[in-house]
Design a protein around this ligand. Sequence first.
Ligand SMILES: Nc1nc2c(c(=O)[nH]1)N[C@H]1C(S)=C(S)[C@@H](COP(=O)(O)O)O[C@H]1N2
Ligand SMILES: [Mo]
Length: 526
Amino acid sequence: MGVSTISPPGPATARRSAGIAGLLAAALTLTVGHLVAAIIDPDASPFIALGGAVVDATPTWLKDFAASTFGTADKAVLFLCMALVAAALAYGIGLLAVKRPTAAAIAVVVLAGVCGVAAMGRAGTGMLAWLPALVGAGAGVIALRAMVETLNGPREDTGDELDEPSRDAGGPDRRSFMRSATVVGVVAVASAVTGVIVSAARSTASRARDLLQLPAPAVPAPPLPDGVASATEGVEPFVTPNDDFYRIDTALIVPDVDPAAWTVRVHGLVENEVELNLDDLLARDLIETHVTLTCVSNPVGGDLIGNALWLGLPIREVLAEAVPLPEADMVLSRSIDGFTASTPIEVLTDDRDAIFAVGMNGEPLPTEHGFPVRMVVPGLYGYVSATKWVVELEVTRFADATAYWTDRGWSERGPIKTASRISVPRPSAHVSAGDVAVGGAAWAQHRGIAKVELQVDEGPWEEATLAAEATVDTWRQWSWTWTDAQPGQHTLRSRAYDPDGVQTSTVEGVIPDGATGWHTIYVYVD
Ligand SMILES: Nc1nc2c(c(=O)[nH]1)N[C@H]1C(S)=C(S)[C@@H](COP(=O)(O)O)O[C@H]1N2
Ligand SMILES: [Mo]
């Protein structure tokens, strides 16, 4: 780097330095804001709050595209896109700061203000939600100014508070710039690291989860029948391990719910308001039940589906204490983070195992699956029933209230559609000629699977062997042998029957109420 100390930096270098100053100042703004938020209110972090606002405002077609293209990585992609936009803006603000420092400072404050407003608008944030963005903006403005002044040299129109003895009068000073930029970079990294440490230390939920002892169920699930799994090797396990269970939600940081402070309040069109805390809930007679959850965004053949053993309190018992008024036809459940789901009231009051779940496969709910309490409702897609981090049930009417996804173009009701999937072989797999083991799963929650059929190319449909049924609320695995497969490229297709008949062959996308069509894959027989 000796060259730059001999020849004065040219205009291109100065511009690049100004852009870098903008980037560093932005990094400082966001990391300081994140740190302040970690201390006072994690949901108020400027970047997270803005991301949440972007998620809530994203048009349905774009969200659908993101979910189908990136699957559960859509959050990472969102943050990457936001980071690129933020970097471009920051670079521009850095350039602006050289000639028009006040305009640049205003731009920083306005952008931070947008984050602050987004933070205030988030469900669950407190009175001071604007503070992280404001402190971050303050740090960013000061840092930007300090760095850019070294590029401009001393100016007569501003009081020069910086004491920088090495600066040549009237010209850019590369060494001072490097020094101030390094300081800003180090402080940004330090606040990022401290923010991560503080958030980990403050996570009430994960500590409390480790200590929570679940009671034994008053009504254990019946033991799984023998042969509940597909006879075909490589099909997913009948019970999905928690770590492999798909995760779908709008939360950019997992809500940190303190179980000691948690309650669920049942109100609205009821004779008695009811409020339960976690001790009340755990002291009740809990039931255990296998239920297969499915996401409405699951494409045909997709893997946004999982089956678990849940432990919880039947919601109908709590609703019975609240005594819904006769005109009520819907329950709007609300999460601590503001997400809402509209569930037909009859589904929560009939005899199915719709529960406030506290346990998943023998453990307290993982934080990302709703700790301490979520809803699990057999037969309905998650977006209209499976509210995680649930804190409120409002008994209401479909005519009077709408839920999070209904406001974004999805159907207000979401019964799960009968479907089947070929899990083995994988799409585009190469298999050996001869007999080929085929296997997969079919589901028609709360109605049950009656039959599964397979077809090779345009050949006759053949019946698969169904594995044992656990309950009508779980998926049903199956196996089938493709006898004497001949070399070449072939099509394999599956279709399931519920008690009312065969699943529809009509191909529909996931919007507005779930994909339909027969799962079709191509395989190569070698
Ligand atoms: N609080 C909250 N609960 C939620 C959601 C959400 O975005 N926020 N998403 C729902 C959707 S769309 C589905 S499919 C299920 C997924 O549950 P899982 O992540 O435990 O698999 O949660 C439901 N519950
Ligand atoms: Mo979903």
